[in-house]
Design a protein around this ligand. Structure first.
Ligand code: PLP
Length: 427
């Protein structure tokens, strides 16, 4: 069965069960559990067996508690970047020793909570380091603590997602004058700094660039350990950012290629001197979810067809506002869930329901002719779509269903119910 046929099977059963309904549920998201498990299995197998590795899922990619608990059952931990994400991960049963707290703006309260729990923490800057020292002096902590380095190896294809550029807001800029020495001395003066962290960027960063950043991390840790005269830094947190293939149906992310690129570009990482933490998000889930929406109306404008659907900026925020950086594949299905015939196509815009003209998820795209009552599927939306809602027009946040047996007789379970409208408090 092709993946398109698999999606058609999911839609057909969701329609029969009333989960997708023209009037009551015109916009729904799905996550294919079997594919998630297969991909995570592949991740776990890709890294060397003789080195302890914690794969901490980047919760920003999908903060829904049932998703986090399923990933925990599959053997992952969690990387959190706010109090809210920390709460979600704990609710999902991920224990503090499998958590990592990152964020460039940790408040005193967030620092105290993470250090009180004993969760690992990556300090972003020298001011934060001073706060952490104060808390440790006041109350101690079991947490393993590190500092985030910006190796300043350069940006990838998407500037907004590149965190190792010369002026990035993240981490300590290692190549700025005097910074490397200042940081080495901070480590030597703080024997409780037992980790180091970098994250080169998210999507758009080629593997050799990621490996170059990780290599800088290893070189820094080697220098600290050699000057300390013992293995002070024990753990290297190499971040996430493995780019996802948004063009094909391959469900397996390129974890093998990623490990091969690190073996070549940062060979000391796998020498056995360090434990490893990863923080993948998009590459874990993106390919295994899709959003389905009804076509409410169609029209012809200036000689081009437009399908007005229920999926726009409120669910595909990045795609709508940065269409070149985040293009999505769109598929068409009829009202029974069957794929629209591929021979009858037209150049069309696929629009969302939001009240601004740029609310388009596809522009001038050759697609099967979409009609009123058809369905569109926005593919590869398992990561960062559920976590990026946009509340414009008070549109409802769609329900998300997990699917077992997607290829045969799909069974659906609710991951998130529809959130109808956030009431604005009366003045
Ligand atoms: C510190 C950190 N780790 C991990 C990630 C996850 O990146 P990705 O979802 O591309 O794997 C991000 C993404 O922004 C991040 O900022």
């Amino acid at each position: 069965m092709s993946d398109s046929a698999r999606r058609s099977n999911i839609l057909t059963h969701a329609l029969q069960q009333g989960l997708l309904h023209e009037e009551h549920a015109p916009l729904v998201a799905f996550l294919d559990w079997e594919r998630v498990a297969l991909n995570v299995e592949h991740l776990l197998a890709a890294f060397p067996k003789d080195i302890p590795v914690l794969h901490a899922f980047a919760v920003k990619a999908n903060p829904l508690v049932p998703v986090l608990s399923r990933l925990g059952e599959l053997g992952m931990g969690a990387e959190v970047a706010s109090d809210g994400e920390l709460t979600a991960a704990l609710e999902a049963g991920i224990t503090p020793e499998r958590l990592v707290f990152d964020s460039p703006a940790k408040s005193w309260g967030e620092l105290r909570r993470a250090l009180g729990l004993g969760a690992a923490l990556n300090v972003d800057n020298f001011q934060e380091l001073a706060r952490v020292r104060t808390i440790l002096e006041e109350s101690g902590s079991e947490s393993e603590i590190g500092v985030r380095l910006n190796p300043q190896v350069g940006a990838g294809a998407i500037a907004a997602m590149s965190t190792a550029s010369a002026h990035s807001k993240f981490g300590v800029p290692l190549r700025d004058p005097g910074m490397r020495e200042q940081l080495v001395e901070a480590y030597l003066a703080s024997p409780w700094l037992r980790r180091a962290h970098t994250h080169v960027g998210s999507q758009g960063c080629p593997l050799p660039l990621i490996a170059e950043g990780v290599n800088e991390l290893v070189r820094f840790a080697d220098e600290v350990n050699s000057r300390a005269g013992y293995a002070q830094i024990r753990t290297l947190d190499i971040g996430g950012g493995l780019p996802v293939d948004f063009e094909t149906d391959n469900p397996i992310s390129a974890f093998d290629d990623y490990v091969a690129a690190l073996a070549e570009g940062a060979p000391r990482l796998f020498a056995g001197d360090y434990e490893i933490v990863t923080e993948f998000g998009r590459s874990i889930l993106a390919k295994h979810g899709f959003i389905a929406a009804y076509v409410e109306y169609t029209k012809e404008v200036g000689g081009r067809r437009v399908a007005i659907t229920h999926a726009g900026a409120q669910v595909a925020t990045r795609t709508v506002f940065m269409p070149d950086a985040w293009p999505l594949r769109v598929e068409g299905f009829d009202r029974a869930g069957a794929a629209k015939p591929a021979h009858a196509t037209a150049v069309q815009d696929v629009a969302g329901p939001c009240c601004f003209a740029g609310d388009l998820v596809a522009r001038g795209r050759e697609l099967p002719v979409l009609e009123q009552g058809d369905l569109v599927a926005l593919l590869d939306t398992g990561a960062y779509y559920a976590s990026n809602p946009f509340h414009y027009n008070s549109l409802p946040v769609p329900p998300v269903y997990g699917i077992e047996n997607a290829g045969t007789a799909p069974r659906f379970s609710e991951i998130r119910g529809a959130v109808v409208r956030e009431l604005q408090p009366a003045l």
